[in-house]
Write a protein that binds this ligand. Structure first.
Ligand SMILES: Nc1ncnc2c1ncn2[C@@H]1O[C@H](COP(=O)(O)OP(=O)(O)OP(=O)(O)O)[C@@H](O)[C@H]1O
Length: 327
């Protein structure tokens, strides 16, 4: 038995399949991020786990106990699971301390610790209409956490936050897991937020599970092109290009296409185990340059840290054979 068992969840609404036979597990204290394009079914999945949307088939077991859907419950939701919607609301023009007092099930000391962890202790005397979006969100979070959940589900918590509020929220989430022993699952479509935060990624497309794995697995060995694209730049070579590199490095594509991340391509003058190319263009991205190169069969993008290239330059393109993947 896992902390959370999602088994065969399907959701159909008005003849449309929103989730199709989704199964995965989450262990206690493993941070899970759900990723996928808009409309992939991420929010619906979180709401099913929280007991807020009734699945058409399948079941959710939380700590071995079945999560009852809203059809069989007067007040939807499951004690022990907290869900923070993208569209949370706070009461208008109340003092923050009043908002929190109504929800609070914690002792004075426990509540003070929670407010400190959520970085809202300095906001308690403010009114709810005198707060930034990031502050409002952390207050909504503290309100939820004061019910002492063991699983926290966050729907796109980083969207609409500027860099400063985003990094505060990241610290808050880290402290929540560590100091309050709460397991977190969140939705994000930004690889910068998910790859570094999560222990495990769950990838959805059109309501179907594409892959579950560690960030390294999903980034380096994506199940398909869709999954590769969600987590960063990539080159998917043509059959001819795949075959040309495979011959150089004695690799076996077995009818699949070679996928190589831009940072794994090497540009140099060295023609040993390399394909000849010509630089098309160079783009500056702050911490790196992206160099577009025309190869005999493909146009590829390579990530380089020093720009010694000009459009029209002849270059040799090699790669690290252990870093390529076939999809
Ligand atoms: N109650 C509903 N009735 C009918 N269709 C719905 C309902 N809820 C969601 N959908 C549809 O199901 C699909 C998945 O929606 P969902 O909000 O779960 O996706 P998402 O991956 O969270 O998207 P986003 O990233 O845009 O929030 C969408 O096409 C949406 O329009």
């Amino acid at each position: 038995m896992s902390f959370l068992d999602v088994t065969g969840i399907s959701v159909e609404e008005a003849g449309k399949t929103i989730l199709k036979n989704i199964s995965f597990t989450q262990e206690e204290f493993r941070k899970v991020a759900v990723a996928g394009e808009t409309g992939a079914g991420k929010s619906t999945l979180l709401k099913v786990i929280a007991g807020l949307v009734e699945p058409t088939t399948g079941s959710i077991l939380f700590e071995g106990e079945r999560v009852i859907g809203p059809a069989d419950k007067l007040v939807p939701g499951h004690p022990g699971i907290a869900y923070l919607s993208q569209h949370f609301e706070l009461p208008h023009s109340l003092r923050v301390e009043q908002v929190l007092k109504y929800a609070n099930a914690l002792s004075g000391e426990g509540a003070d610790f929670l407010y400190e962890i959520c970085r809202i202790d300095h906001l308690l005397s403010r009114r709810t209409n005198q707060l930034s979006g990031g502050e409002r969100q952390r207050i909504a979070l503290a309100r939820l956490l004061s019910t002492s959940p063991r699983l926290l589900l966050l729907d796109e918590p980083f969207s609409n936050l500027d860099t400063a509020h985003k990094s505060i929220l990241k610290e808050v989430l880290r402290d929540i897991s560590e100091a309050l022993d709460i397991t977190c699952t969140l939705i994000s479509h930004d690889p910068h937020d998910t790859l570094s935060w999560a222990d495990e990624l769950v990838v959805l497309k059109d309501g179907e599970l594409q892959q579950q794995g560690t960030p390294e697995q999903v980034y380096r060995q994506p199940a398909n092109e869709y999954t590769a694209a969600l987590f960063g730049g990539y080159n998917l070579l043509s059959d001819e290009g795949t075959s040309a590199f495979a011959t150089l490095y004695n690799l076996k594509p077995e009818g699949k296409s070679m996928l190589v991340r831009p940072e794994r391509l090497k540009l140099s003058a060295e023609s040993n185990k390399a394909l000849p190319g010509e630089v098309n263009s160079i783009h500056f991205f702050g911490s790196f340059y992206e160099v577009e190169v025309q190869l005999p069969h493909d146009v590829v993008k390579a990530k380089v840290w020093d720009n010694g290239f000009r459009a029209g330059d002849a270059v040799q393109v090699s790669l690290e054979p252990e870093s390529v993947w076939f999809v």
